[in-house]
Design a protein around this ligand. Sequence first.
Ligand SMILES: NC(=O)c1ccc[n+]([C@@H]2O[C@H](COP(=O)([O-])OP(=O)(O)OC[C@H]3O[C@@H](n4cnc5c(N)ncnc54)[C@H](OP(=O)(O)O)[C@@H]3O)[C@@H](O)[C@H]2O)c1
Length: 461
Amino acid sequence: MITLQEKIQIARPIADCFRYLADFSTCEQWDPGVYRAEKVTPGAPAAGSEFDLILNSAGRRVPMRYRLLKLESPYRIELRGEGEGFSAHDIIRLRPLGHDRTEVDYQAELRFDGAIRHLEAVLNPLMVRMGRKAVSGLQRALTHETEVAPLRAAERLAYRTLLPAAMRFTERGYLAMPNRGLSDYLDGKRVVITGATAGLGLAAACELSRLGAEVIVVGRESLRLARAARQVRDFSGATADKVRIVEAELSSLEEVRRVGEVLNRSYPHIDILINNAGALFAEHATTVDGHERALAINLLCPWLLTEQLLPALSRSRGRVINVASGGMYLQSLKLDDMQYLSEAYDGSKAYARAKRALTAVTEHQAAQHPEIFFSSMHPGWAATPGVAKSLPAFNQRMQRWLRDARMGADTMVWLASSRAPLSATGKFWFDRRPAPTAVLPGTEVSSQQRADLITWLETIL
Ligand SMILES: NC(=O)c1ccc[n+]([C@@H]2O[C@H](COP(=O)([O-])OP(=O)(O)OC[C@H]3O[C@@H](n4cnc5c(N)ncnc54)[C@H](OP(=O)(O)O)[C@@H]3O)[C@@H](O)[C@H]2O)c1
């Protein structure tokens, strides 16, 4: 048997530390030895809840299942884990050190079966090192970040290499982030998120709900909405009144106006708006209002919904997160052909241009409404139903490198919850860092183009 024991101090109240650790699937955020973790028992964590882990073990992916044995709030958590040929018994003791400091004493006993048992002496130092890394990751994940490191010149230059830079859009970029913790709780905050019936939006809604936010999911189909609400509740353990649904077909401006009115009537305060719904289409088609449909869902909807919800967002000194795409790096704004009529339709270009315009709009709104924090972001390349449908060849070729939806949603959730980005309104973000909006010559949106874009939007809306 190998026994690991590490003690750390965390500058957070004991209740926060206990809450974060009780859902043991958060270990994927702080333990570099864990590639992925998922709570398989629906609802709030309780004795008997189970978690599936995939470990990184010398380049191999090794499955393991943990079971919560005891939860003694807020002082003690006990778990047992089983893998093929090994098991673990973890005891986490928490002790308050005054009002907002906590000591975490993490003890893990590891047992190996068969031949590996004889290698315990050799494995011991390696396990101790891994244990230390995990516990210092936990300390980082639970420490409130207050600022963001700006991009260094070399990092800025690296964006210009396009293909190597794009490799960071895969899960490698996410896994290389120095801190993947999401522990800034959102109790009492209300989030409106569009397109959360699948993919990144659903993953973000789950995580925001686990952080304690009331989540309002806007989607276009009632059965998918109901299923998404149940998935969010199963993930977070939230009660039904903390996960609400609103039905709307967001490519129709009339529907966006209606949904804005419904939300304004029901909720005088909205703390966070995430304009996540988006799509890429193979063919040109127009919406009921006569707009090219990629333009409608990726630009007109987020612009109009945000404008409608400004009073509710202003009252809360809220946050707006617009989900753009790294695809915009390849396109400039086409103000003379916003509806994509004067050349043969290319869905990827239409999508990228709309996302570029959305990023420019974000900068404009940030300047107009300093009381609200505005951001746009790109999620990297994540395996979602949307990517499988709209880019099947890319999806197939890139399958083993793509992020999962939770990795793709990470920066969205971080922008919604962390204090760190608040001093940098209007920026474009990738993996929790501000990113350049343009890397190719001629793709940067000038202030005149931005002004013309806003005039165009105001005219058509
Ligand atoms: N995944 C990536 O690698 C990636 C990369 C860059 C940017 N993005 C952006 O990230 C966001 C989420 O993408 P995803 O990959 O998660 O896509 P997804 O799997 O297709 O999910 C998109 C969500 O938006 C909803 N939606 C689409 N059109 C809608 C409409 N007209 N009205 C109402 N809801 C609508 C979908 O609803 P249904 O369930 O009803 O279809 C779904 O909930 C998008 O803005 C996308 O452009 C994704």
